[in-house]
Structure formats: C-alpha cells, structure tokens
Design a protein around this ligand. Structure first.
Ligand code: SAH
Ligand code: SF4
Ligand code: F3S
Length: 443
C-alpha cells in the first residue's frame, strides 16, 4: 500500500517552528511521510500563532480554503493546534465555523497528538482537546524531525510570566516552566553526535531560565556548561527580556567562545511612560544603559530588537522617544510591529487606542529609520573578513551558498556544496540592506 503523506503548516515564532518539527516527528512515527503538495496530503496540520490579528487572519484564510480540498478528498485529516486554539472559546468557535476540521489541540498537549491523529478518522465530529491549565509539566522525549542538518533549535523553557499588557503569549503558553539542565545538556550532546554545528536555545524569556526549578540554575551557568559540548561550534539564544538580563549573562557571552556575539533585546517602546503601561519593568534610561553596557563589554556584538508602534496612549512625544532609542543604540536589525489589540489583554481595554491614521504613518517613519541604520551598520562590514557557518544553498540564487556570521548576518558567496556545515572565512565585498555578499578567503 502507498505511504500516507502529511504536511505541517507553521505560523509564528521559532518556538512554533520547532514545535512543528515535533509534530512532524509524531506524524512520521505513525508512518506518514512528508509532502509539500497539499493535494497529495492525507494529513494536514496547521500550527498557529495569534500574537497579532494579522497572524490569525492568515490562519482563518487558510482554514477557509481547506474546505474545497476536503470536499475533493473526504479522507483528508485536518488538524489545527498552536497558540491560536488555546485562546478562550476559540476551539469551539473553530469547530462550529469550520466543521470539516477533524481535531483541535492546544499548546499543552502535543504529547497526545499521536492519539488524536489515530482517532480522527471516523470520529464523525471535530475532536477538541485543549488543556486549559498552563502549569503542566514539560513532556520530554517526543520524537523530533528536524528541518535542518546544520542548525538545531532546543527549547529550554515554556511559557511566560511577564504579562506585558499587550501580549497574548502568557495566556496561550502558560506559566514559565524550565526543562532540567540534564535534559538540555543531553539533547545538545545528542545533536553534536548527529553532526549539528549550531544550537539556538529557545524560550519566551530565556533570562529567567531555571528560576522555577527545584534546584535553581542560572541561565549563564547553563550557557557555560553547553559551551563545553564537543562538536557544537556555535550557541545562540532567544529571546532576552531587558529586565532580567544579568551581568553574569553579559560575561558568559563574552567568555564562552561558542556563544555568538548577538543579543536579541526587544525594547518595544522608548517612552518610559508607555513602558510602564506596557508593564515592561524598565525605563528608557535603563534600556539605554543596558545596551551600552553590552556594547562595551562584548566587542563586535550585534544587538537586534522588536519595536511596537501605536500602543494605547502613545503621543507624538512618546514616539519620538522610540526613534531616539533607535538612533542611540543603532540596532543591527529591528522587527517593527503595529500594535494589535488582543482579546483578553489589559491593553485591548485601554480607552486611548491610537487610530490607524496616526499609528501607520509613525510605523513608516520608524521603518525608514531602522532600515537606514541597519544599512549603515552593514556598510561598515565592507572589506572585513568574517567567520561564517555555511548553512546551505542560497534560496534566491542556486549558484550561491549562504552562511551566517557570528553576529547573525546573512552572507551569500560562491563556493562548493561540500562546504555546507563548515566554518569558513569570507571577505565581505558588497553589503546590502538585508544581507551581505562576500568571497571565500583562502588561507
Ligand atoms: N517573548 C518575546 C516576544 C514574543 S512576541 C519578548 O518578550 O521579547 C514577539 C514580538 O511581537 C514582541 O516582542 C512584540 O514586539 C510583538 N508583539 C507582541 N504582542 C503584540 C501585539 N499585541 N501587537 C503588536 N505586536 C506585538
Ligand atoms: Fe509577551 Fe512580554 Fe512575555 Fe514577551 S515577555 S512573551 S512580550 S508577555
Ligand atoms: Fe505566536 Fe505563540 Fe509564538 S502566539 S509568536 S506562536 S508563542
């Protein structure tokens, strides 16, 4: 009999990208093989995000289009999971409006996915299995089918306790729960044995890793231990919350030769009053001081960030503070977002929502500035020789390879495919806004 095929579609952050690798692992353990062709698929699973309205709208659009696919192939099994389904009453809403969905799961019960897939056929109605309690233990040992052979994601914690007033994540991901130090080290060692060269540690707020463990472990101590794992060449982590980024961490990044000089440090807004209303627990001055400290201690560090425009009550002066932080820190890259009210969050109920007509032009001004600065920072790289980990063939140009610098900049160059997975030196010949072009330096 022909093999059955599955397709996983992913929205959202790296955490979701990694969890889709677990969904793929589970599908494969049931005998399914991957396909990119939806017409060939016997099982389609959507792994969703709800951090902004736009993310959700895309998932609804996709759900709508799946109807005709199911009509053509009534045996197709459709499942939906991830952050979106974990919102209050959302699963019931999906089951009602999209009855051709076979099963709905949440962020806390991936370990039951295999059972759900097996039961989906012949159930006759949508199976809904959402665990509301966000305190559940992390389940270890799920199969993982990784997308890449050079770089790997390792989740070190789940959930978030920060409750920034705009953010849905704490509601859909539950409270902070750290994996044990031993499990993480075991996983990273296993990856080294399989030939992986780079590991990115994932958590909503990695700086508070280990605080909830029976025997608390500091994140910087974890980094120092992982730095010893033989075979792994590079370690990265994301995301850092400015309020929890310790001196110890700065020194761990500085001291550990495998930990890359790149810190993603979202600041969200420049105005201290807006930061207070966001419940971010730092001021503009504290953020600037922290960024300055990082730059001073870690030579050549790159700092990237997330910025939000149009949080309720944001005035022109508040927005100027945001631009001021961008000018002062000069981020290597910035992800900019328009504030999007999220159901059930305190900010969504704030009276002074900023109209689109005001926040959108601000967003464009911010984008202009961040892009100009990133381009200027990239231009400084011209003529420099940098170490690259070669990741694979360039997506836009099959004649080229791409790799990343330790500072996480993408570099395209011409070279032989047997360099994939290797560390090489490249001289930057042509910096562009989003990436760099270079040529191999022969030793
Ligand atoms: N845990 C990470 C961020 C996760 S969400 C952190 O705290 O840094 C990724 C980014 O999405 C956030 O940094 C924020 O800039 C943006 N974001 C979150 N909620 C949002 C909302 N309601 N509207 C617009 N952007 C939002
Ligand atoms: Fe959301 Fe704030 Fe937690 Fe980040 S730290 S996930 S922005 S609540
Ligand atoms: Fe989205 Fe969930 Fe990540 S809401 S940003 S996929 S934690």
């Amino acid at each position: 009999m022909d093999k059955k095929h599955y397709k996983v579609e992913t929205w959202g952050c790296q955490m979701n990208v990694h969890e889709s690798e677990k969904i793929a692992g589970i599908a494969q353990s049931l005998g399914y093989v991957p396909t990119d062709d939806e017409k060939e698929a016997d099982l389609i699973i959507l792994n969703t995000c709800c951090v902004r309205e736009h993310a959700e709208a895309k998932v609804y659009g996709r759900l709508g289009r799946l109807k005709s696919l199911k009509r053509k192939n009534p045996d197709l099994i459709i499942g939906i999971g991830g952050c979106m389904t974990q919102q209050k009453d959302e699963a019931q809403h999906i089951a009602k409006r999209y009855p051709y969905v076979d099963f709905i799961f949440g962020t806390h019960n991936l370990h039951k996915l295999s059972e759900m897939i097996a039961n989906a056929k012949g159930a006759g109605s949508t199976i809904v299995d959402i665990q509301e309690d966000g305190y559940g233990k992390i389940v270890e040992g799920l199969p993982v089918e990784r997308d890449d052979r050079v770089k790997a994601w390792v989740s070190i914690m789940q959930g978030c306790n920060n409750f920034c007033t705009y953010c849905i994540v704490p509601y859909v991901r539950g409270r902070e729960r750290s994996r044990s130090r031993e499990e993480i080290i075991k996983e990273v060692r296993g990856l080294a044995v399989q030939g992986y060269k780079e590991v990115t540690l994932l958590g909503q707020n990695v700086n508070s890793y280990g605080k909830d463990l029976e025997k608390p472990v500091d994140f910087s101590a974890l980094l120092r231990e992982l730095n010893e794992v033989e075979g792994i060449e590079r370690l990265r982590f994301t995301t850092s919350h400015p309020k929890d980024l310790s001196e110890d961490l700065i020194f761990a990044v500085k001291d550990c030769e495998k930990v890359c000089e790149h810190i993603h440090l979202p600041f969200q807004a420049g105005s201290t009053e807006i930061l207070r209303r966001m419940n971010r627990k730092y001021t503009k001055e504290q953020y600037l001081a922290l960024a300055g400290r990082i730059k001073k201690e870690i030579p050549g560090v790159s700092i990237t960030t997330d910025i939000m425009v149009g949080f309720p009550g944001e005035t022109e002066d508040d927005f100027e503070d945001t631009l001021d932080v961008v000018r002062k820190v000069r981020f290597d890259a910035a992800f900019t977002f328009l504030y999007s009210p999220r159901r059930g969050t305190p900010a969504a109920k704030m009276k002074d929502q900023v109209p689109y007509g005001i926040k959108h032009p601000r967003f464009l001004r911010l984008l202009d500035l961040t892009q100009k600065i990133s381009a200027e920072e990239n231009a400084k790289m011209k003529g420099k020789t940098v170490e690259l980990l070669v990741e694979g063939v360039s997506k836009n140009d099959p004649a080229r390879l791409t790799g990343r610098t330790r500072t996480n900049k993408l570099v395209h160059f011409t070279g032989d495919a047997n360099l994939i997975g290797k560390l090489i030196n490249v001289k930057v010949t042509e910096p562009r806004n989003w990436s760099l072009y270079g040529e191999i330096v022969r030793n």
